[in-house]
Design a binder for this molecule. Structure first.
Ligand SMILES: Cc1ncc(COP(=O)(O)O)c(C=O)c1O
Length: 351
């Protein structure tokens, strides 16, 4: 099938660009003691997770139990849920997944540690946890140092398998690359490794120190004592990251059809916020100068035609660069893998 034969709206991924991103990242980690455990939430496609594993990733990171379940169901055997869980049903779900694969979850709370330990005892099998450290993102996580050490000790005392530490510096991913940013990422990695040393002094082994994203992987990934990086966006990329001078290439576009042009300066496409996330900015139209996306309604996209020579036709198919990939992918059930104008693969997005 050619691209223009695909029914719209549809999510497209440029396979050449994706493969180049895959190889660029795996080349970095090939000779590093630190390894890559990519985040699933960016693409939610098991087939792409397997491409990442085949390219050298040691396992997958994810954000939710459902994502962990998708990975387990597709044969992935080492999974980090880089997020907190709470409540009996969630902990039981986690325990159930742990019967089928090595699944680890982040913790930042004594009570949750006790609750997980309680389920683990009932199940007669230790469950694996990583202590989540707040490295400045101010989302989840305990303070580095003594607080992290205290929670690690408590996990061990309660019979859990304490596997290590994680800290995601999301607040630094959003900054454009600079020496100053690299120094701040360096300081994050150091604070994680300092906490590691503190815990090891208590004779508690620390197998994993996990951090990093697409913007910062090369700093944390080269820091001695960090063992793995959680980057995810690098594979598909989006305009948000491309605007931060990332070396990775954008791959994702939304194919839409022009359905109306009531005035020369206003055209409408069959794609709205049910297909394209606009929370972090509006998409740019690919390869057509002088045509700008101005607004998204639920099922409509409003284009401003600034250049009268850039005539659009009703029925014409156009592509828009995906601005924020995580949230856009989440709106779709499939992604068309395209190369040279042809559809080569169809990837199922799991929910
Ligand atoms: C905890 C965690 N780890 C890793 C990532 C992936 O980072 P990136 O999108 O920069 O590759 C995210 C993304 O939000 C995250 O929340």
């Amino acid at each position: 099938m050619r691209i223009h034969e695909i029914d719209t709206p549809a999510l497209l991924v440029d396979l050449d660009a994706m493969e180049s991103n895959l190889h660029r990242m795996s080349a970095f980690f090939r000779d590093q003691p630190t390894k890559l455990r990519p985040h699933l939430k960016n693409h939610k496609v098991p087939l792409l997770a397997w491409k990442q594993l085949e390219a050298g990733a040691i396992g997958m990171t994810c954000a939710t139990l459902r994502e962990a379940e998708i990975l387990v169901d597709h044969g992935v055997r080492s999974i980090l849920i880089a997020n907190e869980i709470a409540g009996e049903s969630k902990i039981k779900w986690f325990a159930d997944l742990s019967r089928h694969a090595d699944v680890m979850v982040a913790v930042d709370d004594q009570r949750v540690v006790s609750d997980i330990a309680c389920v683990a005892r009932k199940q007669g099998k230790p469950l694996s946890v990583l202590v989540d450290i707040n490295v400045g993102l101010n989302r989840c996580g305990v303070q580095p140092g003594e607080s992290a050490c205290r929670l690690a000790k408590s996990a061990v005392e309660k019979g859990l398998r304490f596997r290590g530490l994680m800290g995601y510096e999301g607040h630094l991913q959003v900054l454009p690359p600079s020496d100053e940013r690299d120094q701040r990422v360096h300081a994050v990695a150091k604070s994680l490794v300092d906490s590691r040393v503190l815990i090891e002094r208590e004779d508690i082994p620390v197998e994993i120190v996990s951090t990093g994203g697409t913007g910062t992987y090369y700093v944390g990934g080269a820091f001695q004592g960090v063992t793995e990086i959680q980057a995810g966006s690098y594979l598909l990329m989006d305009t948000l990251y491309a605007n931060r001078a990332s070396p990775f290439t954008r791959t994702l576009t939304l194919l839409a059809s022009v359905i109306s042009q009531p005035e020369p300066h206003r055209a409408v496409i069959d794609c709205g916020m049910k297909e394209l996330s606009a929370e972090r900015g509006l998409s740019i139209v690919k390869d057509i100068q002088g045509v700008e996306l101005k607004a998204l309604h639920a099922e409509h996209g409003l284009l401003e035609v600034q250049n009268p020579t850039a005539r659009l036709e009703i029925g014409q198919k156009i592509e828009l660069w995906v601005h924020y990939s995580d949230a856009t992918v989440n709106l779709h059930h499939r992604m068309y893998g395209v190369r040279g104008g042809e559809v080569e693969d169809t990837f199922r997005i799991e929910h």
